[in-house]
Design a protein around this ligand. Sequence first.
Ligand code: BES
Ligand code: ZN
Ligand code: ZN
Length: 465
Amino acid sequence: MTDFAQLLVADRDQKARPIYLVDKDGLEAWLKKRPAEDRALLAAQRFDGKKAYDFALLPRGNEFEVVSAVKNSAELSPWCLAKLAETLPQGTYKLADGEPGKAALGWLLAQHEFDSYRAKKEEPERGPRVLITGEAARIDQLVGIAGATALVRDLVNTPAADLGPAEIEAAVREEAKAGHAQVTVTSGDDLAAGYPLIAAVGGAATEARAPRLIELEWGKPEHPRIAVIGKGVCFDSGGLDLKPASGMRLMKKDMGGSAHALALARLIMAQRLPVRLHLLIPAVENAVSGAAYRPGDIVKSRKGIFVEIDNTDAEGRLILADALAKAAEAEPELIVDFATLTGAARIALGPDLPAFFTSSDELAAAAEQSSREVEDPLWRMPLWEPYDEMLKSDIADMANAANSPMAGCITAALFLKRFVPDGMNWAHLDTYAWRDQAKPGRPKGGDALGLRAINELLERRYLQR
Ligand code: BES
Ligand code: ZN
Ligand code: ZN
C-alpha cells in the first residue's frame, strides 16, 4: 500500500525545488520576472505553457526548478499536478506561489501503482516525490481520500480468482478493525431464509465462494442513521443467461459498488462523522452450475415481493433489493447505494459520469453541488415512474428486467425503488468503476467514480460546515 502520508508534508522550511504554475496566457508575464536565460531554456524544451500537463525543467547549478502549464492557476484542479508527480525525479517539491489545495490529491494518487501481479516492479529504485504544503490542517483529509481511492482501485483490479465473497468479507473486517466497528455476516441457511434473492443469485458458486450479506455497524446511537450499500458481485458471468466473451471480459469489476461503499465507510469512520453508519454489502459470484437460478424462477424477496427472474444477468438489482429492504428496516435518515448496475448507464453517459438517481430534489441539488466542489462528476437521471410498468410479470409481482433494453438504467433504478419505502431519502449511483484510458493520476483499470462527491455530500450534510 502506498504510504500517502509520506508524500504530502507540512511546510517547515524544508529545502524544496520550486514548481511554478503558469496558465495559457501567463507565460510572457512570468518570463519577464525571470532570469533572461529562462526564455531560451523553455524554447529548447519546446515549452509554450499552452498545453495542460506540459512542463519544463530549469537548471540552477546542480539543482533545478520546474515550470508547469495548468488550465487555471487561480483554481487548481485535483489532477493538475499529477503528471509532474508521475514524471519528476525523486525529491521534495513546493509550489512557488500559493498552496496546492485539492491538487495535492492528484500528486498523491499519481504515485500509487497496482503492481501486486508483476514479478519485476517498475523502477523500484525510484523514491518518493514529496510535496510541501502550508495547509497542514488539510493533510489528513487529502491523504484519507487518496487512500480510499486507492482502496477502490486495488479491490477492483484484483482478479476474481483472488477476490471472492470471502475476500470481500476480509476487506470489510479489516476496515472494521481499524474503525472499531462491528461486523455481522449472514450466510448458509440464514441467508436463504432472510435474504432469498442474495442466496438465489449466489447459489451456483462453489462452497468456498458462497454468497453472504456482510454488514458493518459503527457510530453512536444518538447520531442520525445512514445506510451505505454496495453491489458485491465478485464476478458476473451473466449466470445461465451467459454473457458473450466481450461482455464478460471486465466483469471482475462487478464488485466495484462494494469497493466504493467500503471506501466511503472508511472515510466516514476516519473523519468520525457524527452518524450511525450501517454498511451493507451483498457479496456473491454470479456463476453457472446445476445449482444456478434460472430464467422463469420466482423468488419471494425479503420484503415479500415475488420477483420473476426474466434474466439472470440482471443480478445486481436482485442482491441490492434484499440489502435495501434490510437497510430500510432500521429507518435510516438516508440510504446511498453504489453499483456497477447496467451497461445502459454507460451507453447513456459514457464511462466517466455515474448516473445518479434520487426522488429528492433537495438531495439531488446537494449532490450536484458537492460533486462540482470536488470535481467528481455525477449526472442526475430520472426515476420516470411511467416506465415502472416495463417491469411487470405475467404471474409474479414483478420481473427483474424489462423486455426491451430501452432506458435500461432507469428501469434498473425503478426496480430498486420498489424496495425503498416511499418518502425515505435514497440515492442510487450506477457507476462504471473503471477507466478504459489512462489520464494523469488515473491509470487504466479500476477507479473510484462518485466516491468523493458522495463523501463531500455527507460531510456537508452532517458536519454543517
Ligand atoms: N454488471 C452488469 C452491468 C454492466 C455491464 C456494468 C457492463 C458495466 C459494464 C449487470 O449485471 C448486467 O449484466 N446488466 C444487464 C441487465 C440486463 C440483462 C437487463 C445489462 O446492463 O445489460
Ligand atoms: Zn449481470
Ligand atoms: Zn452485474
